[in-house]
Design a protein around this ligand. Sequence first.
Ligand code: ATP
Ligand code: MG
Length: 386
Amino acid sequence: MTTRIKSDWLSGAEAQAVCAMLTSAGYEAWFVGGCVRNALLGAPVSDIDITTDATPETVTELANSAGFHPVPTGIEHGTVTVVVKGHPFEVTTFRRDVETDGRRAVVAYATSIEEDAHRRDFTMNALYAAPDGTVADPIGGLPDLDARRVRFIDDAHARIREDYLRILRFFRFHAWYGDPERGLDAEALAAVAANVAGIDTLSRERVGAEMKKLLAAPDPAPAVAAMAQAGVMARVLPGADPAALPVLVHLEQGIGLAPDAIRRLACLGGEDHMERLRLSKTDARRLNRLLDERGSLAEPEELGYRLGVKDARDVVLLTAALLETPLPEDLEKKLEQGAAATFPVSPRDLMPDYQGEKLGKRLRELEDMWVASGFGLSRDELLAEG
Ligand code: ATP
Ligand code: MG
């Protein structure tokens, strides 16, 4: 029986134009990887990968003559991004892995999807679709996808030694597409445990990007627990403790809050996130604030006033997850009330009695009193404080 995918991106004029550019010149064009996998699962598709027997040079020439915009985004692994009316398509020449330093597979071009499939990581990631949507499955990924089984192609040990990032990808894809009831593939876990030391050779940017994708899954907790069990977490993020993560995810789901990688990272704890995961300045600043504040017993109103609704909500959730306490009643209302409160005393009210450093100190004292009163003390009451 032939399997076919149907999707808006597939029938879209831009995707069809890139395929036609290749096929009309006598080359093959196949959609591959996440776009085919997710179309089969009915999940959203983020980026579209196309694979072909045309070399990157040919892809570039064909794109230029078709009036598209070719960008050599990953020419060392055979990838040209072809941009059609603002839509990017990653076009990669069929490849096979020829040798490896464990960090990055050294590649040669291949002539068929059968060969190309063997250099990919998981069976569910080696599914191809022709321009009309007909699915080709050279290594038997469809039954695994149906069973939601994340499994390495060929020998798990060998695949991991070719590229240690595949260890982290294994947990990421399990979190997103695995069967939570079934647990993780035993052969893969054994191969992971035997090769964990290889993680230390990976660039921190790649590790950080993978961890963020893993932690953005709807429920990453089972995969993260398995990662800790296999000794991966201790290498990626020493000191991280996955125990409270399932509780956090449960609380998030209870209030309909979208997944957030930084909130989940704050739940794991650990050391040197900035350095180990090469977080952006914005992410690092928010993470450090959540790590400093988590466990705080301050009222939600106070947190809302000091941190704003979003961070305050995260702190309350993290604290409830870590201490296994219920969320406060009317949480949103309290957070918003705090965030909307304005301190009624201005520096001018205290001058000229207070100046400079003393003025700052007095303002903070009064602000603390005001917060402690549940924002109840008025300006006059505060100024009357001795
Ligand atoms: P998504 O884009 O939704 O995160 P994806 O499966 O498309 O998932 P990408 O990282 O975009 O993942 O890679 C596209 C495809 O390239 C994968 O499906 C897989 O076939 C292959 N691939 C990517 N990275 C590796 C790797 N490190 N080892 C082997 N194959 C890989
Ligand atoms: Mg992709």
